[in-house]
Design a protein around this ligand. Sequence first.
Ligand code: ADP
Length: 505
Amino acid sequence: MLTIGLTGGVGSGKSTVTQLFASLGVPVIDADELARQLVEKGQAAYYQIIDKFGQQILAEDGEINRRKLRELIFTSANNRIALESILHPLIRREIQQHIQQIDAPYCIVAIPLLIETGQANIVERILVVNAPKEAQINRTVNRDAVTPAEVEAIVAAQVGNDLRLSIADDVLQNDGELADIFPKVKALHAKYLSLAGVEVPIEPGESVKDVAESAITEQKPKVAISAPPPEITLPESKQSMQSSSVQLLADKNHNIYELPLNEKMRTFIRLEFLFSEVEHFLAGSTIWDLRSAVNALIATLSVVCRPEIKTDLMKELDRINANLAKFDSKSGVNSGVLSDLRDDLTSKSRSLRNMEGQLGQGLKQNELVSALRQRESIPGGALAMDMPSYAHWLNQSYAQCVADIQTWLASFTLVKEAVDLILSLIRGSVVAHDVVAKAGFYQLTLDPDVANQIVRVILPKNADCFPEISGGRHRFTVRFLRPNGFERPVQVEDDVTFKLICCAL
Ligand code: ADP
């Protein structure tokens, strides 16, 4: 049976769309409803929650006091993680059990926080109901007794619409009238039946293809593999790894710390950072921004012009391309997107091969840039008293300076695109796990047969510690340290729960 995960931001119209699918006889599994049932007296999560938060969490009738629970998790990230680690595996199991019991061509699994709770990989397709933020706010204000500011806070706590759309297979754009929704649902229904191998009923005079095309935006996910293939999942280390495995995406509430597991990745991550730095300052408006953009460009040039970079990029593009070829016939993989991606990898590798000479060669020969490079290591070495030519260049119109930097930057476009593609694929095709660092220490031996590239440790922004990650291809360790005034940081003594991603492709 085909499983469709339905998600969307608050007020986007998820419940409305879900009800319309149900009205067409499609079985619906509602994750929020399952969560509500799980915390009821005597149910699976009930005792675990009392164990964790104590009797204070109970209302007079012995039921869990939801308001108190909400307060506890809003005021402490540790509490939220603790509750999530109780609920998410149970919800996941319930959803899987419900799916087993359904006898239908396809079902809808409505999971409002599909991305935030890392449930993306339990469904085969993702349908995002999307609406402009203003509509989300107006509709929610009209539906619930809440203020626009309260809805804005909810929207801010959820992942952004862009992120949600980037992982969608289908998008139902709910930016019109209520009456516009049903035809879109019917078109999706026809599409899902057809994907499930059922002959599609077409109403007289109506072409399903036409309706579907006009009503649905087919999304091409940035990462081709919607179901992570087994060889790139993390090796299980039973004692330290909890069962909740999540497809995790960065958001504004978390910090990501990375350890590249080889020199190539280290260089690519450094380049990615430098390109962002140039772009950031280029969007500024003062002479200091211009100077900073030029400094970042010169630092980028010193990395790009290393002789091995071109070959490393080509090899990496070719290696990933060869690995992706293995997913060609796997179920759960969108073959159209996969082939587009492989074409992109091939064309970038070919373009790099066709580039004459060393990367960055032209820019190295630029008189001004080369003079600036020579003074790079002298603090304050690009002052007007030392470099009148630079001061003169900075004196032209701001737009001209920006245009010059953009021209210089353009010679790196291919390198930047190749780095972005490589890193987005490597970072994207992974599974994250909730793990516990006992007394602030965690170690994992990596499977030598898996092409591990980057280790990512994800902590809530308000965590009072940070990870020090060290290691290499075969094993790595994470030590959590707490700042200690101006003294050397100390290792935390408590257990630290964090999300771990081993990116492998
Ligand atoms: P969600 O479940 O995503 O929070 P709902 O489906 O409950 O959103 O929709 C929020 C409110 O907006 C509901 O009262 C619904 O009737 C209304 N609504 C949904 N879509 C539209 C639309 N296109 N035009 C007007 N109102 C809408």
